[in-house]
Design a protein around this ligand. Structure first.
Ligand code: CA
Length: 234
């Protein structure tokens, strides 16, 4: 299947930097769209649905932090990687940026190869949702539109959090996620819950998913987190 090249949105008010970024991203084979201020960023995002956002911190109209916060509230924008670009290098700012929902943080002036490497890494992490919104893993089928989950044809009853948790794991099969990463992806960065809450929901998900005599599809990685992995025997 021919897949479309990933679309990267550059949000930056410094025209010279936009030119440099666009040139290098296009050279790497990405498609590019741009916004020059915070408000335009929200409009362009809604119109173009980019796969990744490079977001400057200091912007006219609406700061990068505020753009990030607003994007994270949109259902379609939750999983899109956001890399913040900034002249600020203080640790407190970095933490603030990441707390607002940014996935990464690059301090200006940055090296272009490093930026491209980070873009590539974040895009690889995000798996596209399959056509018709149906996810399949092992004998588990998840119909996202109908909100229906089956395992080997048997209906699986899930609460809303377990549903979102399973969806995220099925979008990234085999990858190990820390409790913090799962909290961020499934609960959202604005919601504060104890990392141990993840364990409770994983337990519920396992109970619902694993029938009598069936393999446990969720692997617990000690001190690291959880992964969807059918190759593990209980
Ligand atoms: Ca700026």
């Amino acid at each position: 299947m021919e897949t479309m090249k990933p679309l990267v949105m550059i949000v930056e008010d410094e025209a010279a930097l936009v030119t440099v970024l666009r040139y290098n991203l296009e050279k790497e084979g990405y498609r590019v769209c741009e916004a020059m201020d915070g408000e335009e960023a929200l409009t362009v995002f809604a119109e173009s649905s980019p796969d990744l956002v490079l977001l400057d911190w200091m912007l006219p109209a609406l700061s990068g932090i505020e753009v990030c916060r607003q994007l994270r509230r949109k259902p379609g924008a939750r999983e899109v990687p956001i890399i913040m670009l900034t002249a600020r290098g203080e640790e407190a700012d970095k933490v603030r940026g990441l707390n607002t929902g940014a996935d990464d943080y690059i301090t200006k002036p940055f090296s272009v190869p490093e930026l491209l490497a980070r873009v590539k890494a974040h895009l690889r992490r995000v798996q596209p949702i399959q056509p018709k919104g149906v996810l399949e893993y092992d004998t588990v089928v998840m119909d996202l539109g109908a909100h229906r989950v089956t395992r080997a044809g048997r209906h699986v009853h899930l609460g809303p959090t377990e549903f979102r948790l399973l969806r995220f794991l099925m979008q990234n099969p085999g990858s190990v996620f820390s409790r913090e990463a799962l909290l961020n992806a499934v609960w959202g960065p604005d919601i504060y819950v104890e990392p141990r809450t993840v364990d409770v929901h994983i337990r519920r998900l396992r109970k619902a998913l694993n029938g009598e005599g069936e393999t446990d599809l969720i692997r617990t990685v000690r001190a690291a987190g959880y992964a969807l992995d059918a190759s593990v025997t209980a």
